[in-house]
Design a protein around this ligand. Structure first.
Ligand code: NAD
Length: 461
């Protein structure tokens, strides 16, 4: 049964007691929890496809790649490495502290809140959950109200797998989120819009609770004249229209070098039709906009004067076909907000420094993609533009590598996760210097005199 707002303090109280009892701390109990979660996901695999399809007609293969497969891979990776990551790590100690040794111990924070968005409703809840469990925490999960079938299915999985004092699911919208944020947590992990991210951070600040904020923004895709245009077009079309463009790391807009812009657009159009056919609304491989509110928001961004391809709409079914806008400028509405849908604006540049300047005039993006065969330009883009992470000659796939930290910078987020980075995010690094009592050098103790002072100055620098 969905939990009521009023039950929040009681459940959190029980979670705190469970954490204090130490049940979640041993590495064995963490690995057991992850194995149980994995088995439940495998058991409910068919329901996961179905519920995400019910929410926005997401194709099965897209669901496997970006919701189920990626989560299973993450669990397997964590189970394999957890013992190694969680060991106390010995670090060097400066001479002046002789005789001693220094260590970093990784301990769970305690009670963790994870708030998820709707666009990858399963992965973006499960992936941080894996990190929080691997670090030995107890967890409260807040699903997104905009993917209701997936939310119900997640509740079924979690309630069958864990006692509510270990992992609890709260369903509902902003009031439920607020009720949770009114409580004190030891860590808050939030994924969603930058606007709501501010509200989460304000609530966390009241209790000085540390946060990770996985936010959004406008991720550029820069294509220069040296790129292999056919492959570039295919990889851009895939990354942009996967999940119907509702991907935080989707290429938001293209910056194309003037000499190849027209050819690139033609190749992207060709690729869209190879992927989805000419009757895109009847393709089983193309998802829908999550709800009418987002559909209407996107429809406003479809500037008829700049639309050069696609953009068919069916309001009743929240359908919008892939759309390309040309000759776009920063003054156009489509460049004033994160698009988060299947609209692809194209802006041309003559000199790569102009492209760098344009990107740097906007908020720091979550991702950036460069298509180029010029190594000098590659280094220039990596070094001159701040962004969360990205790819050279591909889109989106950096997110799937558990060895890379995933997170934004500035407006696109604070902190990161995935693989070992998740374990570190959800663990407090406790520094310990262990000293022997056998020798006690008196230099640091009063009474101080000039000789001691001179000696200390020579020694510590
Ligand atoms: P959202 O901010 O509307 O909602 C996210 C979560 O926050 C939901 O659970 C919602 O109930 C809650 N929430 C919303 N408003 C709130 C408020 N005022 N107070 C308390 N809680 C509130 O985001 P969304 O529409 O679900 O997701 C889209 C956004 O998320 C996009 O900006 C996208 O780029 C971003 N996103 C980022 C990542 C990432 O990993 N960096 C991943 C997916 C989505």
């Amino acid at each position: 049964m969905a939990k009521k707002k009023s039950s929040v303090p009681k459940i959190l109280g029980e979670q705190r007691i469970y954490f204090k009892n130490g049940e979640t701390k041993s590495i064995k109990s963490r690995i057991d929890a992850l194995k149980k979660l994995k088995n439940s996901i495998l058991k409910y695999e068919d329901s996961i496809y179905q519920s995400i399809h019910d929410d926005f007609r997401k194709p099965r293969l897209e669901t496997y790649i970006s919701e189920i497969g990626i989560v299973l891979k993450e669990i397997n990776h964590v189970i394999k490495n957890l013992k190694k990551w969680s060991r106390a790590k010995r670090v060097p100690t400066p001479m002046e502290y002789f005789p001693s040794s220094s260590f970093i111990y990784y301990e769970p924070y305690g009670l963790v809140l994870i708030i998820a968005p709707w666009n990858y409703p399963f992965q973006l809840l499960m992936s941080p959950l894996i990190g929080a469990l691997s670090a030995g925490n107890v967890v409260s999960l807040k699903t997104s109200e905009f993917a209701p079938s997936t939310s119900t299915m997640i509740r079924t999985i979690i309630e069958e797998t864990f006692e509510p004092c270990y992992v609890s699911v709260f369903e509902g919208g902003i009031p439920v989120s607020r009720a949770l944020l009114n409580e004190k947590f030891d860590y808050i992990f939030y994924t969603g819009s930058s606007e709501a991210g501010r509200i989460v951070m304000e609530a966390a600040a009241k209790n000085l609770t540390p946060v990770t904020l996985e936010l959004g923004g406008k991720s550029p895709c820069i294509v220069d004249a040296t790129a292999d245009l056919e492959t570039t077009a295919r990889r851009i079309a895939w990354g942009k229209f996967f999940n119907c463009g509702q991907t935080c790391v989707a290429p938001d807009y293209i910056l194309a070098e003037k000499t190849i812009k027209t050819e690139l657009i033609e190749l992207i159009v060709k690729q869209i039709e190879v992927f989805y056919g000419k009757d895109i609304q009847n393709s089983n491989d193309y998802a829908r906009i999550i709800n009418n509110k987002h559909f209407l928001r996107l429809r406003k961004l479809l500037d008829k004067k700049k639309l050069i391809y696609g953009g068919e709409i069916d309001k009743k079914n929240n359908f919008m076909g892939p759309a390309i806008l040309d000759n776009v400028s920063l003054d156009d509405p489509v460049m004033k907000e994160e698009i988060f849908g299947p609209i692809l604006p194209v802006i041309e540049f003559e000199n790569v420094y102009d492209a760098v300047e344009l990107v740097n005039s906007l908020e720091k993006p979550l991702s950036l993609y460069l298509f180029s065969n010029n190594k000098v330009i590659e280094e220039l883009i990596i070094n001159e533009i701040p962004f969360g992470g990205g790819c050279i000659n591909d889109t989106v796939v950096h997110v799937g590598n558990p060895f890379l930290p995933f997170g934004g910078i500035g407006y696109s987020g604070i902190g990161n996760y995935h693989g070992e980075y998740s374990f570190r995010t959800f663990s407090h690094a406790k520094s310990i210097l262990k000293k022997s009592a056998s020798i006690d050098i008196s230099l640091r103790y009063p009474p101080y005199d000039e000789k001691k002072f001179d000696f200390v100055k020579k020694f510590i620098k």
